[in-house]
Design a protein around this ligand. Structure first.
Ligand code: HEC
Length: 144
């Protein structure tokens, strides 16, 4: 084997090695392409000329006016359910609201301290109360 022949054989071996590597990486490239195609499938269905639809949802949470006991009320009464449970009731007497607060505390296990109870009741009476002797309902309408 002459020196030139050896160089040619080595070069051919190198070319074969490089081509082999290319083919292997070509295979993984195709796999990646397949994945990319799967990923891009949903976006292809989006028409770029589709108009953007913006909808504004009504924000209709009941508003609770400022007043003494409001902070305690918000902290204690909206952790479990919507404040709508309070506003959807007919006006209650003080004793009816006291009964409600005690029920939330005693029966449902609400974290409401003894100091908070009268302040919350005051607030409830101020936003949705009726004087005691009027004969307001003493039992609540069940929540939604
Ligand atoms: C520990 C959870 C919890 C807390 C805190 C809580 N509630 Fe309730 N509340 C309930 C559950 C449970 C119901 C019954 C819900 C149902 O049956 O759909 C309810 C129902 C109500 C109702 C509907 C009438 C009734 O008696 O079922 C009112 C009014 C009410 N809550 C007021 C309040 C007020 C005022 C506070 C704050 C002092 C409060 N809740 C705090 C759990 C709680």
């Amino acid at each position: 084997m002459t020196r030139n022949t050896r160089t040619v054989v080595l070069t051919m071996g190198l070319v074969a090695f490089v081509v082999g590597c290319r083919q292997r990486s070509g295979t993984s490239g195709e796999a990646a392409h397949g994945v990319a195609r799967v990923n891009s499938a949903p976006t292809q269905s989006l028409q770029p000329q589709d108009p953007v639809h913006t909808i504004a949802l009504p924000h209709d949470e009941p508003l609770f006016p400022p007043g003494p006991g409001r902070e305690e009320f918000l902290a204690a009464c909206v952790v479990c359910h919507s404040p709508r449970y309070i506003t959807m009731q007919p006006p209650f007497t003080r004793s009816a609201w006291l009964g409600e607060v005690n029920k939330m505390k005693g029966v449902y296990g609400g974290h409401i301290s003894d100091q908070q109870v009268p302040r919350i009741v005051d607030y409830l009476v101020s936003i949705n109360g009726t004087p005691d002797p009027v004969g307001a309902p003493t039992t609540a309408i069940h929540g939604e």
